[in-house]
Design a protein around this ligand. Structure first.
Ligand SMILES: Cc1ncc(C[n+]2csc(CCOP(=O)(O)OP(=O)(O)O)c2C)c(N)n1
Ligand SMILES: [Mg+2]
Length: 897
């Protein structure tokens, strides 16, 4: 900016400048601003071509993008809408204040919704369509902590009762009637559609939802429509990398079904967002630079006459120079202060307001509080073609809270208004509540037949129904293929060696061939399709490209070339796990949001999943997503050469923290098949609100046939892989457990034990220690609560009970993973757990498994040590194992390495 100003200010020939400006004014007068813009672009082009250096300026003046003459006029009844809005404001405030007068520190926010009430109202009254027979419905992402305002509207509409408002944030005692703190589909499954309150997750999700809407249309799964996604976010929220991190995708793909509304109240929680700068200008630059249509909505109508008189541009200059910190102070300190410290800066501007009272100055409103301007901005955004739109609405945080919080730094957390503050609020918004009732801060409902409520209902009827509203299940009944359809992967591979990744990709291909589900499969990658052997899909089902493939791909002469297509089925999201996950969430909630059940598979490096994008995974659970997350190249010692940052030994623990995630670490191809089939059945056919996390590996080995009758055990998390039979008298016996690639080391350890020490082993494959733990704790809990009933036996206990010897488990994950079932060992059965605790590193698999002490030798040694502890063998046997297997007893614990 400074550089540009310098250049612009070096006027060496003012007369010539005047002549040019006069010509330009004439063009604007006669042919309009578009023509003027065209001419200017041509001149800029010409100057650049002649070698001139023109600094790029991504921002425009600090005034409304839409000039008063271009504003679309709202068809609404402005006075009526004002009254409705005041009632909503009041009830939202009352809900929070009442909640905080009860014991229990329930919290809540007043100031944020106070700043955005108008922004929501205009949308609800005029723009947002509910899903109906005539329209698929718009999708609105609300700022999470503005939820009281949304509830207050539903209360007036008669959707929520008064007792429910008093159950705001009391979801335990409120059972199904309570109102959740923030938008949580898990807790209000008929109401909220998208969780947003973890800052940044709303905007990134909105972008990928918008992309997915287009994907569904391009693939012919839904008819084309003018359906929109509206995403509200805070200006402070834009600090989050997720908020702005994917905006270039929306620009690149021309997502004109997407509208961001950024509530620029210039404050976040602690204080100003950009006290020393201007957040609206900064965001305008970022969004315009990313191909968005940026609509600034800075000033309300009261400013129009002043701006019209600003022929010399002094007011505009002042507006541009004034920092956000100063703007905030003006709203906090009032009209007299603003006259002095803002208008007073230049004689011209001081003069401009000489005839205005301090109250008039105070009333000069910001754009986001002017329903006429908001309507015009929304109208323009809705009609924008070929690009997404961001509306940068300037507002006042704590609007209407007066001395209790308006524009004040601590206002975000103000939730306990005293009687004086409540009175002020009532007076400012003319709420018909008498003085004697004020102390209770009662809710106010004007009655079902009141003009206000009738008006609201009529508006919603015209727009297809109430919002927010969530669909629990897709209408279409789908059927999952039987396990027989997966025969290709339930059968053993004989001599041929494959990885579980290959088995899984085959499984996806089998699903792709299913008549009903095939078109619903959505493979999603974050630039790693080749890593997982999925490049065959490029040619076969194509990569989604909204504008098709406009170039001849380098490998076009090859069978499996890089084929991009408008109807492509694979979503290639580039190197963005957050993007891949948000894209997966869009597909995984399509059953609800678009009434189109889809079956997404997002395949990524397991290390870059729950660890890197865990908060999205959590939100996906809240949102009742259905689909498969596939952690590829998993296992700390299985992905061997990549080293510390790639080798995952803990994603299963993180997956296990999400209540509705089923996670599995399969070893054999048939295990993959069983999990895949059952998951597809539960999610697509039964429409259960669960999602799956499956780790797959890149180690090749041969796979046996599906043994008889193990399907149920695979799903429950454990089955007997090899039964050593009844032990002969005196024969030492152990129970060996394992999962993933390390189960194969377990199997090899059993051979060593038998050959070298005469110890026999029952071998258990445990595809999910997490499912086992859940089952065990559930049984324990039930038993405690039903002390006199027949006691339930945890599944693990039921399998191991009566088996002999100690149990030893080994996996490619940290010890905590297999340790989850310790509590359910039968009485007297000791349990030893081996795992890959510590930082990974690059080396061969054999070296790594030795280093982490999870290979066959270490497993055999652990088994012997356990037998010795049980008195079934003696210490000398353990020493012999250490010696023969060349285990270094004095080396440090890998955890500390
Ligand atoms: C990831 C994350 N970090 C922190 C918070 C806590 N938090 C809630 S609201 C808020 C301030 C929001 O400011 P802004 O985005 O400007 O919204 P406003 O309330 O001003 O409209 C913060 C820090 C959160 N919800 N999510
Ligand atoms: Mg803010």
């Amino acid at each position: 900016m400074d550089q540009l100003d310098d250049i612009l200010n070096q006027d060496i020939d003012p007369t010539e400048t005047r002549e040019w400006m006069d010509s330009l004014d004439a063009v604007i007068q006669h042919d309009g601003t578009e023509r003027a813009h065209f001419l200017l672009e041509r001149m800029v082009d010409s100057t650049r071509r002649s070698g001139g250096y023109l600094p790029f300026n991504p921002t425009t003046e600090y005034v409304n993008t839409i000039s008063p003459s271009q504003e679309a006029k709202s068809p609404g009844d402005a006075a009526m809408e004002w009254r409705i809005r005041t009632l909503i404001r009041w009830n939202a405030m009352a809900m929070v204040v009442r909640a905080n007068r009860k014991p229990g520190e329930l919290g809540g926010h007043i100031a944020s919704f106070a700043s955005s009430a108008t922004l929501y109202d205009v949308g609800f009254n005029h723009f947002w369509r509910a899903a109906s027979a005539d329209h698929p419905g718009d999708l609105v992402f609300h700022q999470g902590h503005s939820s009281p305002g949304i509830y207050a509207r539903s209360f007036l509409e008669g959707r929520l009762a008064e007792d429910q408002l008093d159950l705001f944030r009391m979801e335990v005692v409120g059972k199904g009637r309570a109102l959740s703190s923030y938008p949580h589909p898990w807790l209000m499954p008929d109401y909220w559609q998208v969780p947003t309150v973890s800052m940044g997750l709303g905007p990134i999700q909105a972008i990928y939802q918008a992309q997915f809407f287009k994907y569904l249309e391009h693939r012919g799964l839904v008819p084309k429509s003018d359906r929109k996604i509206w995403c509200f976010l805070g200006d402070g929220e834009t600090d989050e990398p997720e908020s702005l991190g994917a905006i270039s995708l929306a620009g690149r793909e021309g997502l004109d079904n997407l509208i961001f509304v950024i509530n620029c109240n210039l404050q976040r929680l602690d204080g100003p967002v950009r006290g020393n700068g201007k957040i609206i200008q900064e965001l305008e630059g970022s969004f315009r630079g990313s191909g968005w249509n940026a609509i600034k909505l800075t000033w309300g109508s009261y400013w129009d006459p002043l701006l019209a008189r600003d022929t010399k541009g002094v007011l505009r200059k002042l507006m541009m120079e004034t920092l956000d910190g100063e703007y905030q102070a003006c709203k906090a300190f009032g009209g007299a202060y603003t006259r002095e410290h803002f208008f007073g800066k230049y004689p011209e501007t001081r003069e401009m307001v000489a005839n205005l009272s301090d109250d008039d100055i105070w009333r000069l409103n910001r754009g986001g509080h002017d329903p006429h301007k908001v309507y015009a901005a929304y109208h323009a955004a809705s009609n924008t073609k070929g690009m997404p739109t961001v509306i940068l609405a300037k507002t006042v945080k704590g609007y209407g809270m007066g001395a209790a919080g308006e524009s004040q730094n601590p206002t975000h957390q103000q939730k306990k208004l005293d009687e004086e503050a409540v009175r002020h609020f009532r007076d400012r918004f003319q709420i018909p509540i008498s003085d004697d009732k004020l102390k209770d801060v009662p809710y106010y409902h004007p009655g079902k037949d009141s003009p206000e409520v009738q008006y609201m209902l009529e508006r919603r009827k015209a727009l297809g129904g109430f919002l927010p509203q969530r669909r629990r299940k897709a209408e279409a009944k789908l059927k999952a293929p039987e396990l027989a359809a997966f025969e290709q992967i339930t059968k053993g591979t004989g001599e041929r060696e494959i990885s579980t990744t290959m088995a899984l990709v085959r499984g996806i291909n089998l699903l792709l061939r299913d008549k009903q589900l095939g078109e619903r499969v959505v493979p999603i990658v974050a630039d790693e399709a080749r890593t997982f052997g999925m490049e065959g899909m490029f040619r076969q089902i194509g990569i989604y490209a909204p504008f098709g493939q406009k170039y001849k791909p380098q490998d076009s002469d090859q069978l499996l070339y890089y084929r991009e297509d408008q109807k492509g089925q694979v979503l290639q999201q580039g190197i963005s796990e957050a993007g891949g996950m948000a894209s997966w969430m869009a597909a995984a909630t399509s059953y609800s949001i678009s009434n189109q059940a889809m079956l997404p598979f997002f395949i990524y490096y397991s290390m870059f999943g729950f660890q890197r994008i865990g908060d999205l995974c959590w939100a996906a659970g809240d949102m009742r997503s259905r689909g498969f997350l596939i952690g590829g190249t998993a296992g700390r010692t299985t992905l061997n050469g990549e080293g510390l940052q790639h080798e995952d030994g803990h994603s299963h623990l993180m997956a296990g923290t999400i209540p509705n995630v089923k996670s599995y670490d399969p070893t054999f191809s048939y295990e993959v098949a069983v999990i895949l089939q059952d998951g597809t059945r539960r999610m697509m056919q039964e429409q259960e609100d669960i999602y799956y996390y499956i780790t797959v590996m890149n180690e090749n080995y041969s796979h046996p046939d599906l043994p008889q009758g193990v399907e149920d055990g695979i799903i429950k998390g454990m089955y007997l892989f090899k039964d050593a039979g009844k032990p002969k008298k005196g024969e030492p016996r152990v129970q060996l457990l394992g999962s993933g690639t390390i189960l194969r080391e377990v199997i090899a350890a059993a051979e060593l034990l038998e050959k070298d020490f005469g110890v026999t082993s029952d071998i258990w494959s445990c595809p999910s220690f997490t499912e086992l733990r859940r089952d065990g704790f559930d049984a324990e809990r039930w038993n405690r609560l039903h002390p006199e009933a027949e006691q339930r036996v945890p599944y693990v206990t039921s399998l191991l009970d009566g088996r002999q010897g100690p149990a030893i488990a080994a996996t490619d994950y940290v010890r905590e993973y297999a340790d989850q079932i310790r509590a359910f060992m039968p009485d007297g059965m000791h349990y030893t757990v081996l795992g890959t605790d510590g930082f990974g590193r690059s080396d061969t698999r054999a070296h790594l498994r030795d280093f982490f002490e999870v290979d066959r030798y270490w497993i055999a040694h652990a088994a012997l040590a356990a037998l010795a502890k049980d008195g079934k063998m003696n210490a000398k046997d353990v020493s012999r194992a250490i010696k023969e297997y060349k285990l270094d007893p004095d080396r440090p614990n890998p955890l500390s390495q």
